[in-house]
Design a protein around this ligand. Sequence first.
Ligand code: NAD
Length: 336
Amino acid sequence: MKLLITGGAGFIGSNFVRYIRQTHPEDVIVNVDALTYAGNLSNLSDIDEGEHYTFFKADITDVAAIDDIVADGFDVIVNFAAESHVDRSILEPGAFVRTNVMGTQVLLDAARRHGVQRFVQISTDEVYGTLGPDDVPFTETTPLRPNSPYSASKAGADLLVRAYHETYGMHVNITRCSNNYGPYQFPEKLIPLMITNALEDKPLPVYGDGLQIRDWLHVWDHCAGIDLVIRHGRSGEVYNIGGSNERTNLDVVRTILRYLGKPETLIRHVEDRPGHDRRYAIDATKIRSELGWQPKYAFEDGIRETIEWYLTHRQWWEEVRTGAYREYYTKLYGAR
Ligand code: NAD
């Protein structure tokens, strides 16, 4: 199979490149990434360029550049490229509409023009909005009710993907996953932020009461789910992918501190994020029963392995926590 992967220098995309290289070494991967603050080629330093893997620096909103690349012919486009951080979308929504909505449309059009057989959109459970404590988890038919500029832009992209199936008969799939964790995650996201701050004995900023619930999914399990959808997903279908690991943010932070032997006095409650969704939970029955997907990671094992990864890759995260990251961090949480 010949795959065009966008956003493959980011957290999930780079893990996915690695997953395909390991599980389908005969596949050919072309990775297109604009290398924004979140894209980092050192995430792929163990992947050699050659016959089976090539990298192009390009922006998915650049019609001419994308057209040139897609013209080469692909079996599938897997769109990971996105502005992905909710806090940044509150500060600067325009970039999210540009990349997440317009970039998806540019890719869909290029796929149509060049007869790419399949299009897989990597989306998020955040498009469904928020759940109350007693609500049943999101299914693929839960109405879309996004609450942040990030999730609204992802929902917009999902609707475009759906429309290209209905209007042009394109073979499309949308995957909606819960919060991912694992190696190579940029340390603005909850788990790596807390691990790296704790390792530097810095305060751990926890939004509001910290009782927001997320349903954690190890990135490798996510990659396995996407791979099944690419190869066996039914055209036009949405597949939820979730690990059934609901935890409050505070629980997650305490687990990290316990593992690192750091005191809970490092926790600092900060003003809650505006429009902060209270709970996400995914019902992944469809991908389990239709495609035989099974997550391998229990959260306790996955988080331990992830903490160990950050412990042994200090240079990686120290390099990304400099310059622009510092400025952004100060804007959000103040001087420390
Ligand atoms: P990330 O921010 O780590 O990576 C995004 C990548 O996209 C980066 O490499 C960046 O350089 C690239 N990119 C951004 N704008 C681009 C543009 N205009 N053109 C080309 N490349 C561009 O994100 P991630 O956490 O790896 O998320 C990947 C996808 O999965 C996103 O679509 C996101 O919405 C979705 N998702 C992520 C999570 C999660 O927990 N991380 C959960 C659900 C869904």
